[in-house]
Design a protein around this ligand. Structure first.
Ligand SMILES: CC(C)(COP(=O)(O)OP(=O)(O)OC[C@H]1O[C@@H](n2cnc3c(N)ncnc32)[C@H](O)[C@@H]1OP(=O)(O)O)[C@@H](O)C(=O)NCCC(=O)NCCS
Length: 455
């Protein structure tokens, strides 16, 4: 038995690591790894580290790419890979090309998938001899967890068996994670009619992270070091260590060296804007993943969802921001007309949510004795469907309650259903406060009233 001398034992390191161990226990991480990396000997080191994470209580979903394997299978069949026209990504003005999976390509995809899955299973099954994780094993579970639909015909190009993700079967995945197994997701999805589709593996990872409400989405990128990510980078370091997804321009105008990472940065920003707390882009270097997860400085590029900032009372310096937000909605007759001067006069009634200096949502609160009116609710289209408006309603309901109001009402022409989902009930205009009735021209807009009781 080897002896551990006291001064060899990294006491400080262990102490500094323990808060991270605590935080990560019970968290769900979706980790993406490229097809290139899976085929390299260094993949075994990554599997040791993933095994360690599992033993520390992390719920792990591993997503693999397989582009080089498909290309190799195609070439073995005397075929050349085919790609469609460039298409815009979901964040920046950048473009990406999608593989065309015709009927000759699909067998190559199936063959690559079968080989790759069994190779991955094999690495996870080795007993990790002569490593600190000797004897430790985890069970991998793969299956029909990704439902897909055809990518279709775009710009006249038929993408045939290339697909888009329809949904991730997250209930089944969670069930497996509950059993301490690692879920392996491949870039192939299935349709209810029995068709198979070739998918973009980064999209599978992103969608899985969103649908599973993962704590982290981690891209282990072959080109991260070259792109200047991490202190070990051979490239002149770009100094870009963190991107806030709340910034409107997040992911745009990246340093040139980082362009190879554009796709995963865009996916990460999208994930953060859709509920994933943090995304990391880490190199495939030995131990880079553990360093990113267990040290303060990390080793990768962090994309942060930012804290969904505080909602605050507006001041006159917010007038132009509010106006920019509501003007298009006024023009569409969704919100009632108000001039900049009127807005300025009533600015104390307004509340805003601000991100990086820009107003991204607003609403007004007007008190009429026991009733309060919520008006002019608007969320910047880039930040919709993330619960922002619900947070504002909740915030204003609390303020109204503090002001002894018994109910909160809103007048709307198009968002009645949305208010009902927020606990409002349809009401009749007769119940408008008298002072408000005098101002209300019901015939002009045909607005409907919705009221929420405040307890
Ligand atoms: C209505 C509005 C404030 C909701 O903002 P939001 O931050 O996207 O709201 P949430 O994230 O809490 O809810 C989003 C959900 O509501 C749904 N929704 C949005 N507008 C809706 C409407 N008019 N009717 C019904 N549902 C609506 C979205 O589809 C989304 O549902 P999903 O998650 O199932 O896809 C926003 O769409 C907006 O600014 N609309 C224009 C202005 C307006 O109509 N204001 C209300 C009148 S005062």
């Amino acid at each position: 038995m080897s002896e551990c001398k006291n001064n060899d034992f990294p006491i400080e390191w262990l102490r500094h690591t323990s808060p991270y161990i605590n935080t990560h226990r019970g968290s769900t991480f979706v980790v993406w790894v490229s097809g290139t990396h899976v085929d390299q000997p260094a993949f075994a080191n990554l599997v040791h580290d993933l095994t360690l994470l599992c033993h520390l209580g992390v719920r792990l979903v591993l997503v693999h790419g397989m582009r080089p394997q498909i290309d190799a299978e195609l070439r073995a069949r005397g075929l050349e890979p085919q790609f469609g026209n460039p298409l815009p990504t979901n964040n920046s003005e950048n473009e990406y090309r999608v593989r065309i999976t015709d009927s000759q390509t699909m067998p190559a995809v199936q063959s690559a998938l079968a080989t790759l899955r069994s190779n991955i299973e094999s690495v996870f099954s080795t007993g990790l001899p002569n490593t600190p994780m000797s004897g430790a094993q985890v069970t991998l579970c793969s299956g029909n967890f990704v439902m897909a639909k055809p990518f279709g015909v775009r710009d006249g190009i038929d993408y045939c068996h290339t697909g888009e993700i329809r949904r991730i079967r997250n209930r089944q995945i969670k069930h497996i994670l509950d059993k301490d197994m690692v879920v392996l997701l491949s870039p192939v999805g299935y349709s209810p009619t029995g068709e198979q589709f070739n998918l973009h593996s980064e999209d599978v990872a992103t969608r899985a992270a969103i649908d599973l409400q993962a704590d982290k989405l981690i891209f282990l990128h072959d080109e991260a070091l070259e792109a200047g990510v991490g202190p070990e980078s051979r490239h002149e370091n770009t100094n870009l260590r963190e991107i806030s997804a709340t910034d409107h321009n997040a992911g745009r105008a990246l340093p040139t060296a980082m362009e190879p990472l554009q796709g995963v940065i865009d996916n990460s920003i999208f994930a953060c804007r859709n509920g994933v707390q943090r995304c990391h882009i880490v190199s495939t270097g030995d131990g880079a993943l553990l360093k990113e997860l267990f040290t303060r400085d990390g080793s990768g590029l962090l994309i942060d969802s930012g804290s969904y900032d505080t909602i605050r009372q507006a001041s006159t310096r917010d007038v132009s921001g509010i106006m920019a937000l509501v003007k298009p909605l006024i023009d569409e007759n969704i919100l009632i007309h108000r001039s900049e001067q009127e807005l300025e006069r009533h600015i104390n009634d307004f509340y805003v949510a601000e991100r990086d200096g820009s107003v991204i949502a607003c609403a007004s609160l007007t008190i009429y004795a026991k009733q309060a009116e919520l008006g002019c609710l608007a969320v910047n289209p880039d930040f919709r469907a993330s619960g922002k408006a619900g947070e504002i309603v909740q915030h204003l309901a609390l303020i109204a309650q503090e002001k002894q109001c018994q109910s909160l009402f809103a007048l709307t022409t198009r968002s009645g259903d949305w208010f009902r989902e927020q606990g409002f009930e349809p009401d009749t205009l007769d119940n408008l406060p008298t002072a408000r009735q005098q101002r209300h021209d019901a015939t002009a807009r045909g607005s409907k009233m919705f009221t929420r009781k405040l307890d």
